[in-house]
Write a protein that binds this ligand. Sequence first.
Ligand code: NAD
Length: 326
Amino acid sequence: MNIQVTYPDFADVKTAGVIGTGVIGGAWVLHFLRMGLDVVAYDPGPSAEQKMLAMIDKIWPTMIKLGLRDGARPDRIRFVGSLGELADAVDFIQESTPEHLGRKRALFAELDNLLAPDVIVISSTSGFAMTDMAADVKGHAERFVVGHPFNPPYLVPFCEVCGGEQTAQAVVDWTAGFYESIGKKVAKMEQELPGFIGNRLQEALWREALHMVANKECSVEDIDKAIAYGPGLRWAIMGHCLTYHLGGGQGGMAHLLDHFEESLKEPWTRLEAPPLTQQLKDDMVAGCLSQANGASIDELVQERDDCLIRIMQTLDEYRQQHGIQR
Ligand SMILES: NC(=O)c1ccc[n+]([C@@H]2O[C@H](COP(=O)([O-])OP(=O)(O)OC[C@H]3O[C@@H](n4cnc5c(N)ncnc54)[C@H](O)[C@@H]3O)[C@@H](O)[C@H]2O)c1
């Protein structure tokens, strides 16, 4: 296998291939269009193209608010009817098909046969290891890498880039650098960890939330209130560790670790996943509907996007004024 492949300069990347245009793939399409790229998309799902075009119509005003790169236009997207047609037209691929290991494995093996060796395939998977997803690739397994975004990737900047056993370091580096060139904040992972960084952290919180609801310890609403009006507000500014650094007062993290060392042993967390009983599912759904208070998913998305933009703009403005690089 020849792995001495040269990947394109970022400035020469003109066309993104998007495979799967659902919640995440569709949101990637919007980000790529906003960055001034052409998009070639493939999704065999019912009315996928119409749904994508409707999503672009709805979200484009948000992209305008965020600021468009030169040449960015909402109509620079073309749907194709086969992977082969897509493979001939793109400079890289962002794959966002459903989270199913067997299907992703078959898709990657097929793609590898269709693509020129210098076309990198990035998977949005929420947690599968690239080592497993690329297990059936016979040719250029070195070009497959995970680029895991957070919903919606047209707004939330963070992505984690993680290779598998066969992924070339050059591909991990290219993907991290390319993402940064299109406005993303990237963690380039040195080792393959299940759930990467962000989902591993979210999962810990999610399991605790499910335990509390299953044990009737608190309401779904209180869980969300505890985050949205509590630590979540601080996390947008400096993450979990630097936030705790301040919790140690003038002594910072060193004092905090001494101070709370004993409490780390308290049985506060219950990290085994709770059984997802029908009762627990019903309670979670009812709690969310009660919190939504009649608002539709579309209205909640609008609220989330509008507020996220304001938070991000406030953070940018403050950091620029104070010369903070983080
Ligand atoms: N939803 C999230 O919050 C989130 C966040 C980060 C990453 N992800 C990951 O993104 C990926 C997609 O998740 P989603 O939530 O967008 O799912 P989704 O169900 O909303 O979208 C999947 C899309 O893929 C299409 N599809 C199915 N088979 C296909 C194929 N063979 N080729 C092309 N398209 C195909 C479907 O028609 C659908 O439109 C998953 O790997 C998921 O783990 C999801």
